[in-house]
Design a protein around this ligand. Structure first.
Ligand code: NAD
Length: 322
């Protein structure tokens, strides 16, 4: 049994990870800056602390007496959030920097950092038919402004803490993650949850129109949460020294994503396209050659299956609110 800190565990992925680690028999401390009433999951068998990890002293308090750290804390959201809050996204650099310093000084044996596909060079993502981003495509660097640059810089901080201070760091580049207990409204939600919410909104309130950002032909891949958690654990306990993709390679357009949700709902809406809304890159997909070769990991959930579970969960929440 290890003592493990999950930073950002009041959020979507951290909440699922804390559950998994606790079920594996570890003692887990969950830290997040949001009031506990706003955490997506609160596990009674974890130690739950509210601390702002931008603050260096709080990082030392959080990590003291622990063996390992998973850092999932960041100010983030979908395109609407990251395109309009670049400085706030970049300030998350303080969280990872201070947590790395605490890890170095307090004898932490392993450190996980959640990076993102937003580190990839924008020039490699101008076509909807993206062949899959390979890990080397992050350089020469031209990351997503704000959020992506923070992730790229923090990846390098992990690398240099490993080289200079001997801290064992592992870095995964997540491609869009979705599933139950995620953000589905409020402005930080990502495409799968947003599309599910809009279709359910139609079903429950008799609306017949759905607004799609851009022309809907932009492409992405989406990874179901349980695949993500399994991948995080494989990467954390591997000997992979470089950042590695953790994502699905089932690429779809946003229009195809809406088709999937409408099929699940058995409800069709007329589509209008907001061409001025934030759209992000034109095409993005994960190249999974490295993770298959090194860790024998591939996503188990096809998008339609994961979306069915996500849709059911969001519908339950919306009915409860209604
Ligand atoms: P999330 O927003 O649900 O969770 C992040 C949590 O970090 C939030 O609960 C937030 O309150 C907390 N946080 C932010 N600033 C903090 C601070 N100063 N101190 C303490 N807590 C703080 O996001 P998520 O989807 O669970 O993402 C987890 C990690 O994975 C993030 O680093 C994110 O950038 C990365 N990531 C996620 C995705 C995705 O599709 N969800 C894709 C790429 C990368």
């Amino acid at each position: 049994m290890k003592r493990i800190l999950v930073a950002g565990g009041g959020g979507f992925i951290g909440g699922h990870l804390a559950r998994k680690l606790t079920d594996m028999g570890h003692f887990v401390r969950v830290v997040d800056k949001k009031p506990i009433t706003q955490w997506y999951q609160v596990h009674g068998d974890c130690e739950n602390l509210v601390l702002d990890l931008n603050d260096k002293a709080n990082c030392y308090t959080a990590a003291n007496g622990f063996n390992e750290i998973f850092n999932l804390a960041a100010d983030m959201g979908g395109m609407g959030f990251i395109e309009n809050n670049k400085a706030e996204c970049m300030l998350s650099v303080l969280i990872n920097t201070h947590l790395l310093m605490a890890a170095r000084d307090l004898g932490i044996t392993r450190f996980f950092y959640a990076s993102s596909a937003c580190v990839y060079n924008g020039d490699k993502q101008t076509d909807t038919d993206n062949p899959g981003l390979k890990e080397e495509d992050a350089y020469p660097a031209m990351a997503e402004d704000g959020y992506g640059w923070e992730k790229l810089f923090s990846e390098r901080m992990c690398r240099h803490f490993m080289e200079d201070f001997g801290l064992t760091c592992r870095v995964a580049r997540f491609h869009n993650v979705y599933g139950p207990f995620g953000t589905y409204d409020g402005g930080r939600e990502k495409a799968p949850a947003a599309m599910a919410r809009k279709v359910i909104d139609g079903e429950l309130f008799g609306k017949d129109e759905i607004v799609i950002w851009g022309d809907g032909e932009q492409t992405r891949s989406f990874m179901y949460i349980s695949d993500c958690i399994e991948g995080i654990l494989k990467i954390m306990y591997s000997d992979i020294l470089e950042p590695i993709n953790l994502g699905s390679d089932e690429m779809v357009s946003i229009n195809q994503l809406v088709d999937i949700v409408e099929d699940i709902a058995g409800y069709k809406l007329s589509r209008t396209y907001d061409l001025d809304a934030p759209k992000g890159v034109r095409g993005r997909n994960s190249d999974n050659d490295l993770i298959k070769e090194y860790l024998n990991w591939a996503p188990a959930y096809p998008l339609a299956d994961g979306m069915k579970k996500t849709y059911d969960w969001i519908k339950e929440q919306m009915i409860a609110k209604k």
